[in-house]
Design a protein around this ligand. Structure first.
Ligand code: ADE
Length: 418
């Protein structure tokens, strides 16, 4: 079977969503038009494990136009847009294995189905394809030219594999490109996390106390946007530099155990596990809202929450309410999974344009250069990053200045002083 989706009859709604997203992805469109002419991925088989959204659909179309055979599964059981999956299959010939709310067993069976393509390139958002190849499908590794990784959490996993010397093929850390994390992680996660919380709850943010755990690029974006909506923002951090930065950015900084009694809304974006745990739930106000914006659903300790709970019930599509033994109620959004994709639509297309332009360029690069690379984690080549920034500016109608020869000479000389 070359697909497993919810319902092919949903395709027409999916197609118009994909086209709407495409109208805000001009850089990817330029790449797609060039790929259609040059076919740089001819004969290449790509296994992709990404959030199955309208933006991802436009990436998959681009890879197909480049000549690749593409199989796609979800990188999170709750992020699939079923109508998009249907249209990808029906209108664009991409084999899709993804159904929103699939259980863990189906999620992993879809990963295996995608790997059955016997890939030359793997494309991950969270490293699940790569870790499955390294644990259960070792036979596939030899043919793989290289892989790409979309997210911070995945890059951390892959760097630790490279450090232990177990990585079986080269990886490009797409996340670490400037045109990715400075925009997608900050402005994308910033906006879409607030969007997810608001769609799930319809609360008023103005005047609320909003606690952000983790002040990486995602946390910075979330804190900035929550403040923009009038919330009083507290940042909790373990890294002294980031904590200092949060403080000088104007936020209150304190340990989560102290913030627990103050917050109305708690959002995790740390990439680590058990950030919000039993001792925090016990101290929270009645009605507190808890959500996760990190890749995996381990940041909020749900076992702890369950142990403290007397009864639980679903009160809106994306809210489960836990009544604790101490009488207080905690509202968990989107089952503790990525709230921006579980309760909203993920990052807006305009920002995913840059992230996925990086993915498309990196696939082209791996198809060309993969054989000569070592088994380690590479940065995105600087000229790709620059090219994407230039194309994005152009698409936005923004012109910038150029250095004069005199200025270039000055910047490259150590002899010119006062
Ligand atoms: N990650 C975050 N937002 C996304 C989106 N809209 N599409 C694919 N991956 C995403």
């Amino acid at each position: 079977m070359a697909n497993d989706i919810k319902d092919i009859r949903m395709a027409s709604g999916g197609k118009s969503r994909i086209q709407w997203a495409d109208s805000m992805m001009p850089v990817l469109r330029l790449i797609r038009n060039r790929f259609a002419q040059e076919k740089p991925l001819k004969g290449i088989r790509i296994a992709a494990c990404l959030h199955v959204t309208s933006e991802t659909a436009n990436l998959a179309r681009t890879l197909k136009e480049g000549g690749a055979a593409v199989r796609l599964c979800a990188s999170n059981p709750l992020s699939t847009q079923d109508e998009v999956a249907a249209s990808l299959l029906k209108d664009y010939g991409v084999d899709v294995f993804a159904i929103r709310s699939e259980d863990k067993k189906t999620y992993y069976s879809h990963i295996h189905s995608v790997l059955d393509i016997d890939p030359h390139i793997t494309m991950d958002d969270g490293a699940d394809l790569i870790s499955t190849i390294h644990s259960e499908r070792k036979d596939l590794a030899e043919k793989v030219l290289g892989g790409t990784e979309e997210t911070t959490t995945g890059v951390i996993r892959l760097r630790s594999m490279a450090k232990e010397g177990v990585l079986k093929y080269p990886i490009i850390a797409v996340n670490d490109a400037d045109t990715k994390h400075l925009f997608d992680n900050r402005y994308g996660t910033g906006q879409s996390t607030i969007d997810g919380i608001l769609r799930a709850t319809n609360i008023l943010l103005a005047g609320s106390v909003f606690v952000v755990c983790g002040y990486g690029w995602c946390g910075r974006g979330i804190a900035m946007r929550a403040r923009g909506m009038g919330a009083k923002v507290i940042v909790c951090e373990v890294d002294p530099l980031r904590a200092l930065e949060a403080s000088m950015d104007g936020y209150l900084v304190m340990p989560l155990i102290e913030a627990s009694t103050l917050g109305d809304i708690f959002v995790t974006s740390t990439g680590d596990r058990s950030v919000v745990a039993g001792e925090h739930f016990e101290r929270m106000k009645d009605g507190a809202i808890v959500a996760n914006a990190g890749h995996f659903n381990v940041e909020i300790n749900l076992d702890d929450l369950e142990k403290l709970t007397l009864e639980r019930k679903k009160i809106r599509r994306d809210i489960e309410q836990f009544k604790l033994k101490n009488g207080k109620r905690i509202n968990l959004l989107g089952e503790g999974r990525l709230v921006n994709l579980a309760a909203a639509e993920g990052h807006p297309s305009l920002v995913m344009d840059m992230s996925f332009a990086n993915q498309a360029f990196c696939c082209e690069y791996l198809a060309k250069e993969g054989k000569s690379l070592e088994k380690k984690v590479y940065e995105v080549p600087k000229d790709i990053d620059r090219q994407i920034a230039q194309l994005k500016l152009k698409s936005m109608g923004i012109k910038i200045d150029k250095l004069t020869q005199e200025q270039k000479d000055y910047l490259s000389s150590w002899k010119i002083g006062t």
